[in-house]
Ligand binder design. Structure first.
Ligand code: AMP
Length: 511
């Protein structure tokens, strides 16, 4: 175990636990490449998906080393740390917590040693049978030996237990998983993962590895994106196609819902562990994904511009200037301006060095964050009737602050237009939308929201318009945050960020 600066962690097996995250994941198998640096740049390009912690695990074929810490990718890693991470296989992760507190113990990749191999894993998504899985590995009360409290750690413990002779648990017959390439699964982590995956419910886009092989797997609904790319001498797996562009990989295909791939010197082997029933997250198009990413072949930027056009058609306004809330709503603001004929301009300057305010866990920080993040361009705004386009209203914090800011800067009227429907239902599949009580649209009518944010008028794009902009049929999308139709039923007992943290949950309930 190496501990540069006391920060390096080679998690000693049992110390990791299960988190639930909507995050960025990246994996690479590439002999001859500096896989730590490729992972660094891959994570850097996925930083928008999670800003709480970052980590990279590297294997040289005989040993896995994990380095992770709290903070942004560029805060966690520097040249000297990356130089200690030598090998030809890596998995990497940046975290946005949805199950398990935002603490070092829940940073990823998680790590477990089994009797035959070691395992490092990164997870984007959120499981919905965490307690059941935890009971399989003896850990519903944290008793599986670690301090981590995430669903990801439970998953890692499950894979490790089923791979380990000593801790073997009955996860079913791995031979039952159809092998897309007709090759048998290798004993060890590969067979263990194939045996365990059919028991895992909820959202998971996974990258994991043992000492010799890189793996990637996606749940049967494919809630979160996961793509495969080709390097000159290797393979990359990443949350978004933009990460492939940035590391010089070419897009090959998406990892299919219900598919696990194994990547090593034999190439890419594909296994199917569940029947695919695609329900990709519609919020990826709204906010989560980068505009330069494509999902199911559709450019996210193009989808956002189209939503803006449809928003203008559904909610016109008498105004002088259309502005966006940079940067996530800029494409929709451009679309609104194109369709309405109202000029587009810049009205807010964003400090790009402040993290996404929503991602920071406490409400106090969120409120201050909005002020830190945006400053109005007074000359552009004064005396103008504004259309302000934003991508979403969740709690209403951002719009309340922005409308007040624009009025202070002299705006004559502020007409707010939102390029997604009202968020009315919590997400259990990887976005920390928390409880209904916290959602503005869970408790207020559109006019009450308008009043609470102080706007002259407010309009949300319709769900059919948003769906149309994705170019996917409605039944291929998870739209639960907008319409409450969850693709999978989530038991009450499986909800809550602090599922495996009874003390934190109790303190929050009192508070
Ligand atoms: P709120 O301020 O609570 O109404 O949240 C809406 C604002 O947060 C919008 O400006 C969005 O750009 C941003 N946002 C929406 N969803 C997310 C998310 N899942 N993570 C981070 N930021 C988000």
């Amino acid at each position: 175990m190496i501990k540069p600066d006391g920060r390096l962690s080679l998690d000693p097996g049992s110390q990791d636990q299960p988190p639930r995250d909507a995050c960025g994941v990246f994996g690479v198998w590439a002999p001859g490449e500096d896989v730590a640096k490729l992972s660094y740049y891959g994570l850097y390009s996925l930083q928008h998906r999670g800003q709480e912690s970052a980590g990279i695990a590297v294997s040289d074929g005989s040993r896995i080393v994990v380095y992770k810490d709290m903070g942004l990718v560029a805060q966690v890693f520097d040249e000297s740390v990356l130089n200690t991470l030598r090998g030809h296989i890596a998995v990497a992760h940046c975290r946005y917590s949805t199950t398990g507190s935002s603490v070092w113990e829940n940073a990823q990749p998680t790590f477990r040693a089994t009797s035959s191999a070691s395992l490092a894993l990164g997870h984007n998504g959120n499981l919905i049978n965490t307690l059941e899985l935890a009971s399989l590995v003896g850990g519903e009360d944290g008793g599986f030996g670690g301090r981590a409290t995430s669903d990801t750690d439970v998953l890692t413990a499950l894979f490790a237990a089923s791979a380990s002779d000593a801790g073997a648990i009955d996860t079913g017959d791995p031979g039952a998983a159809a092998n897309g390439t007709g090759q048998p699964a290798e004993p060890g982590v590969e067979r263990a993962a194939l045996a365990a995956l059919p028991r895992v419910q909820g959202a998971f886009s996974l990258v994991f590895m043992d000492e010799r092989t890189l793996y990637a797997a996606r749940d049967q609904h494919g809630f979160r994106p996961l793509v495969l790319g080709r390097l000159a001498a290797g393979w990359v797996v990443a949350s978004e196609t933009a990460a492939l562009d940035i590391v010089g990989a070419t897009f090959v295909r998406e990892i299919e819902p219900g598919e696990m791939v194994a990547i090593d010197e034999r190439g890419v082997r594909s296994f199917r562990f569940a029947v695919p029933a695609p329900r990709g997250c519609i919020f990826e198009y709204v906010y989560l994904a980068r505009p330069d990413t494509a999902i199911a072949g559709r450019s996210v930027q193009a989808a956002r511009v189209e939503v803006g056009r449809l928003l203008a058609a559904g909610h016109p306004a008498e105004a002088d200037l259309v502005i966006g809330v940079p940067e996530s709503s800029t494409p929709a603001a451009i679309g609104y301006a194109q369709a309405s004929g109202i000029p587009y301009g810049q009205g807010l300057v964003k400090n790009s060095y402040v993290g996404r305010t929503f991602i920071q866990p406490s409400q106090t920080i969120r409120q201050r964050g909005v002020r830190l993040k945006y400053n109005p361009l007074r000359d552009a705004i004064a005396g103008q009737r504004l259309v302000v386009v934003d991508d979403s209203i969740v709690r209403g914090t951002t719009q309340r602050a922005i409308v007040a800011m624009l009025r202070e800067a002299g705006a004559a009227e502020v007409h707010v237009r939102i390029s997604s429907p009202p968020v009315m239902w919590p997400c259990f599949f990887g976005i920390d939308f928390a409880s209904r009580a916290e959602l503005a649209a869970g408790n207020m009518t559109v006019d009450e929201i308008r009043e609470s944010i102080g706007a002259d008028s407010l309009g949300f794009v319709s769900l059919p318009s948003l769906i149309a902009a994705t170019t996917l049929p409605a039944d291929r999308l998870c739209r639960a945050c907008f319409d409450g139709e969850y693709p999978v039923t989530v038991a009450d007992g499986d909800r809550g960020k602090h599922l495996l943290e009874p003390a934190v949950a109790a303190a929050e309930a009192v508070g």
